[in-house]
Design a protein around this ligand. Sequence first.
Ligand code: FMN
Length: 170
Amino acid sequence: MKILVLNGSPTPNGNTIALVNAFKEGAESKGHEVNVINVAHKNIKGCMACNFCKRNNGQCVQKDDMQEIYPLIQDADMIVFASPIYYFIMSGQLESVIHRFYAINAPEKARYSALLLSSYSPNVYTGAIAQYKDMIAYMGMSDKGIVTADNSTNKTPAKLAEARALGESL
Ligand SMILES: Cc1cc2nc3c(=O)[nH]c(=O)nc-3n(C[C@H](O)[C@H](O)[C@H](O)COP(=O)(O)O)c2cc1C
């Protein structure tokens, strides 16, 4: 499968990318192709609700870095959302990317999804997981797994093994 990981963490070598790298290692070991896009380092604005896309065959009027991500979304068989928890939801940078799915409504090919979350506190995932589950159902994708890590488990061998195992399970 072609797997697109949308990483919403701005932190290089941080906790979220550690989960992403472990997942990637596991998935690649099973022959999958994994493309990680660090969306927090891109110039991607929020949706303007102008509905230009609805009148123009799914083309977004905003010519920012989302334009290079749309083809990757359309080419992927699986989309992984990875993010630190910011105030009980995914990062604003990743939320902007999600809102920009509005132009295409749903990925053309992708049927599978997964969620990787890192936080400081435990039990702060209700909002992000609820959004993820409703969103992927709306987009026609099914969940392959959710990995969460807090301060007591971030970057621990056991947690990285869990993320790697999710990749290997595909
Ligand atoms: C703006 C901001 C908001 C945050 N909000 C929360 C929060 O609501 N709950 C929590 O447990 N951690 C929160 N954190 C901590 C991060 O989720 C945590 O440090 C995470 O591991 C960072 O991942 P990273 O290393 O990929 O940046 C917040 C951090 C920042 C910068």
